[in-house]
Design a protein around this ligand. Sequence first.
Ligand code: SF4
Length: 148
Amino acid sequence: MVGPQVHSLQDMMNNDLKLMTLEITERCNFRCNYCIYSKDYKSFREFGNKDMSFDVAKRAIDDLYKRSHNQEIVNIGFYGGEPLLRFSFIKDCINYAKEIFDKKELTFSMTSNMSLMTQEMANYFATLDNQFVILASIDGDLHIAFVY
Ligand code: SF4
């Protein structure tokens, strides 16, 4: 059975995408018990060590471009594992996306435990102004200070 919602969903998938999250690494410098990748969450993958290749990231960004015709603003998210383990990879993805999405407003986001953030990284993210949103997942004793 195929109803109108199925056709509309297909159309949305082909033209209305506005957000894509790239799981750029399975690696993380922590091993939190409450993590969705811990052994307690059977429906998710387990802790792992694989990294996304740049070729896969480029193809995903190309796909978002093709499927976001109706959107004026699109977002690319970086997720892990811990994305900051691959800071230069994030920069490569951002540079590539900026080339591809030259006519749209492009925003980025990242979910991070923040423990690996350096001043150099903070300075880079600050150069992106409001284009880059960080979702910080901070638990336990952690002391971070940045000067902008
Ligand atoms: S920091 Fe986040 S990704 Fe890493 S183990 Fe903890 S909850 Fe999982």
